[in-house]
Design a binder for this molecule. Structure first.
Ligand SMILES: [Zn+2]
Ligand SMILES: [Zn+2]
Length: 165
């Protein structure tokens, strides 16, 4: 079996596809994914559940990154601006975007049992929200739903849903 060469980070660890994709996006946009920004992104990407800023700070404090809270918040702001992560408002936490590079509303499905967060993309839903919001002359700038419930795996452990009549 031939091994493809995997691009690695300065310390020799392999880069994931998601991280490589983010690096390419930043390079194409002419913005800098500094080592700290990249490490913060990597930590968020490594989790299926939302990550709080203080968890990131705790993790980073065990590494060489001189990570003071303002630095980490600025790194998170950068990643949000670049659409590489999303904020989970109801949890005051962050998740990585599953397909950065294309603008989207990123509605979120939050599992209340295991904490898994998934993105929900539905152009029809976006259109319904836009139509309903603008009816009275309101001009929406951002609309993102957070739906709480059970992810497919957790739901499978519950009693099965009754088939609709
Ligand atoms: Zn996204
Ligand atoms: Zn779950």
């Amino acid at each position: 079996m031939t091994r493809v060469s995997v691009p690695t980070i300065d310390d020799g660890r392999p880069r994931t596809d998601a991280l490589l994709h983010a690096e390419r996006l930043c390079a194409a946009r002419g913005v800098r994914l500094t080592p700290l920004r990249r490490r913060v992104l990597e930590l968020v990407q490594a989790r299926t559940e939302a990550v709080k800023a203080y968890d990131l700070l705790a993790q980073l404090s065990t590494e060489d990154h001189a990570a003071k809270p303002p630095t980490v918040y600025r790194a998170l702001d950068f990643l949000l601006e670049q659409g590489l992560i999303h904020r989970v408002d109801s949890l005051n936490a962050f998740v990585s975007c599953d397909h950065p590079g294309s603008p989207h509303a990123a509605h979120l499905l939050l599992c209340t049992r295991c904490g898994r967060v998934e993105e929900l993309h539905d152009a029809e839903l976006d259109a319904v929200i836009a139509r309903a919001a603008t009816t009275g002359g309101f001009r929406p700038s951002r609309a993102r739903l957070e739906v709480q419930g059970l992810c497919a795996a957790c739901a499978a452990q519950e009693a099965p849903l009754k088939p609709r009549a």
